[in-house]
Design a protein around this ligand. Structure first.
Ligand code: KG4
Ligand code: ZN
Length: 330
């Protein structure tokens, strides 16, 4: 079967074509247009502007991904995300599915992130899933495809949001996460300099997270001290270390609590090198699945892959974009 995936939940406009012939998932095309240049200029995503850019790029992106390919079905992200952005992808997919008479499979963006792991490997169940993106920090217990239980999540900011907000406090351009990680690689997480940052909820018995206190501490340091470039490098390293410490600790806790041997990580923050390394060294006996860096952030290949494993077509005319869609409905 060949599935055409469409993803427009935030600022990216993405389309991909994947096949699952011979029980192997293969990417035939994976196209992403980003309005990152506009976010860099304005310091973040402006929803209305993102949707306007997506309206301009959706057809060229789809055309490029479909070039010389025949498809059997269309998969589209229908939530959660920015409503204007979601509508661009959902309405386009509904139109194409109706006109071309192809099955339409709606995909939950959060679940879609996890399926980036099924493109190049085959994770086993049961598994703990950690989603760490710009809007989400969630732990889930996967029993099988389509069978999962929410275990905990952030009570305030997401890990990626914390990276982005701290990056902004340090004067770094958008996108904050990768830029902060780059600055951190030039510094050392030296607490001697006074950068003793909190690791909120690291000792709590539940599987919840909280990152807003960390951002507040960074904000206080930045407004109290005159930071040299070396100080900023060290502070960036301390921020990255604090976020990574909490994420790793909660993964270890979840894996132990549920006695599973598999951990599936997904979302933009999973691209962070320090996090990838520390997770692997902290859980040497666990099979850890993390997508290739380029498939951690938003893309349509993961959406098409989610559809292979959760193939539930619906009547195109009934599909509605849902900006507040939660984990519980796939
Ligand atoms: O999954 P994603 O592309 O979009 C959402 O669905 O939210 O995640 C984007 C988030 C942003 O907060 C970005 O700063 C963060 O992932 N991110 C990183 C890195 N690459 C992306 N954070 C830390 N280190 C990175 N290398
Ligand atoms: Zn995402």
């Amino acid at each position: 079967m060949i599935i055409h995936g469409i993803e427009t939940s935030c600022d990216e406009t993405a389309a991909a074509v994947l096949t699952n012939n011979d029980k192997r998932i293969t990417i035939l095309s994976n196209i992403i247009a980003s309005s990152a240049h506009l976010q860099a200029k304005f310091g973040g995503v402006i929803p209305e502007q993102a949707a306007r850019e997506q309206i301009k790029s959706i057809i060229p992106v789809i055309e490029e991904s479909l070039r010389n390919k025949k498809i059997d079905a269309i998969a589209v992200t229908y939530g959660p995300g920015l409503i204007g952005s979601l509508l661009v992808g959902v309405e386009t997919a509904k139109t194409l599915a109706t006109v071309w008479k192809k099955p339409l499979i709606p995909v939950n963006h959060l679940l879609g992130h996890f399926y980036a792991n099924w493109i190049s490997s085959t994770p086993s169940f049961p598994a703990i899933g950690l989603l760490v993106s710009g809007g989400h920090t969630d732990l889930v217990l996967f029993k099988d495809h389509g069978k999962y239980k929410y275990l905990g999540g952030t009570r305030d900011d997401a890990a990626g949001e914390c990276f982005d907000k701290c990056a902004r406090l340090l004067g770094l351009p958008y996108p904050g996460g990768p830029n902060l990680a780059h600055l951190a690689s030039q510094g050392e997480a030296l607490e001697a300099l006074g950068f003793k940052l909190p690791r909120p909820m690291i000792h709590s018995k539940d599987l919840d997270f909280s990152f807003s206190g960390l951002k507040t501490s960074v904000s206080n340091i930045v407004s109290d001290k005159r930071l040299t470039i070396n100080d900023k490098q060290d502070l960036a390293a301390a921020i990255e270390q604090a976020i990574v410490d909490v994420l790793v600790k909660k993964c270890v806790q979840a894996v132990e609590q549920y006695g599973v041997k598999n951990l599936i990580v997904a979302g933009g923050v999973a691209a962070n090198t320090k996090f990838r390394e520390e997770l692997k060294s902290s859980l040497p006996d666990i099979s850890i699945f993390i997508p290739p860096v380029e498939l951690c952030t938003d893309n349509a290949a993961m959406i098409a892959t989610a559809a292979f494993f959760n193939y539930q077509p619906i009547d195109p005319l009934t599909l509605q974009a849902d900006p507040n869609l939660s984990f519980f409905i796939s």
